[in-house]
Design a binder for this molecule. Sequence first.
Ligand code: FAD
Length: 513
Amino acid sequence: YHTLRVILGDQLNAGHSWFKQRDDGVLYLIAELHPEATYVKHHIQKLCAFFLAMEQFSDVLKDANHHVRYLTLDDTEKQTLESLILTISKEENISCIQLQRPDEHRVLMQYQTLIEHTEQKIEMVDSEHFLLPFEDIPTFFKPKHSVRMENFYRKMRQRFNILMDKEGQPEGGKWNYDSDNRNKLKAQDIGEIPQPLCFQYDVRHLLERIERHGISSMGRAENELLWPVNRQGALHLLEYFCTHLLPNFGRFQDAMTSKTPHSWSLYHSRLSFALNSKLISPKHVIKAAITRYKNSNDIDIAQIEGFVRQILGWREYVRGMYWINMPDYREQNALNAQRDLPDYFWNGDTKMHCLTSAIGQSLDYAYAHHIQRLMVTGNFCLLTDIEPNQVDEWYLGIYIDALEWVELPNTRGMSQFADGGWVASKPYIASGSYINKMSDYCTSCHYKVKEKTGELSCPLNSLYWRFMVKHRERLAKNPRIGMIYGNWDKQNDAQKHAVLERAEWCVDNINAL
Ligand code: FAD
């Protein structure tokens, strides 16, 4: 072989131009690596999903007569990515190493080490996945500056001519239908929620291998994996989404329920793993959803716009924010949060029903939807000053779709406000009444959502005011949140004192909540 092409676990893009022609001089390398499986404690289903998707991708390439070397943990032992690439290229007398641009800064640094340690020719090509070319990131984003997603998203709609009418105006007359997308699920809606489409891939060999190599993980292990791990699975899930879920996607996007344990993903697509491993492209997903919207009469503009905004807007936006701010992003802690993450994040064992539901579901399925991540677990960490490194580590490990480029701006930025507002224009905080409005969690909770003080009061109610008071100097001037201080100032001193006392008890005894 003259050329070695390296394919990472999140570069399973069969449409990449690398594969257009077969070449007997090219060897593809796909490898399970111990350091990748352990840089953070991953959910066991996430480990299985990536390894199985890599295995199946390798089979697809072999079936198309490409030359592939697939290495398991048994073959690679504890080698790093750099040393493995060097070993193989020496063994095979390779003259050119080709890489696809990685999406994570950690891997880019490894590739730089590789470049420094070899005389060999190394070429880096694009991964051909995102809509916004990597080179264009600096035209939209500035380091350490707030950039609003909404402005970026509008430019993306115009640039790619997505959901635009002939006059160059947004289809339907509005850019954003967010205000139509905040419905709670009523009792009669709950029975209508479709079951998630789950696959049944046998992963027993992977569970055995992961255990044999002493890789520690979290979450519920199942012999059968329910996530799509190949292109057919991803297309099937997309089709299922467009037919059964898209008609209600926006409407119930923010809703939460624990009344239907079999419908844990509600009307969400669950396409994030397929997208982030690149089994499917964002362009393909957007096109399929818009085609379905145009050809059917049960999908209105608010549903399709809400979905397109997540992929064309949020997903491309967080990638831009990540790359423009790395590696500094990882160090941000604007609110100086220092507390340890409580133990129940690892087992769901708390009396707060909202947390038990969101954490329990995450441990069971390696999945929670956006509002569970932002307004339940994220909100709790923000209100209780959990140290952002620990918050990041938890999110980066537990979710099936968690890769640092998308996890970090969402967690440290949007959810923890640790970047001081680069991503979010205000901290996303909520008391119990928001959770009660958007979910049915509070009806079966140990704590009372209407109470602010006393040992049965919902901890979020007092923690909310503790946060507001603590950060008054920073937030009082914020046009989106500053006016809330009026409600606090109206209360008498005894009330304020009791609320803050309850909140201090909650943070001091965080593991007992
Ligand atoms: P849907 O609701 O069906 O949305 C469709 C697609 O839009 C998703 O698959 C995803 O690709 C994209 N999308 C939606 N919201 C976002 C967003 N905020 N940022 C980027 N893409 C988005 N998403 C990840 O892919 N990986 C992560 O590690 C991750 N960590 C998060 C951490 C926190 C604290 C928060 C608040 C959000 C995080 N998200 C992350 C974003 C979002 O929660 C998930 O993308 C979504 O829940 C995945 O489920 P789904 O495929 O059913 O999404």
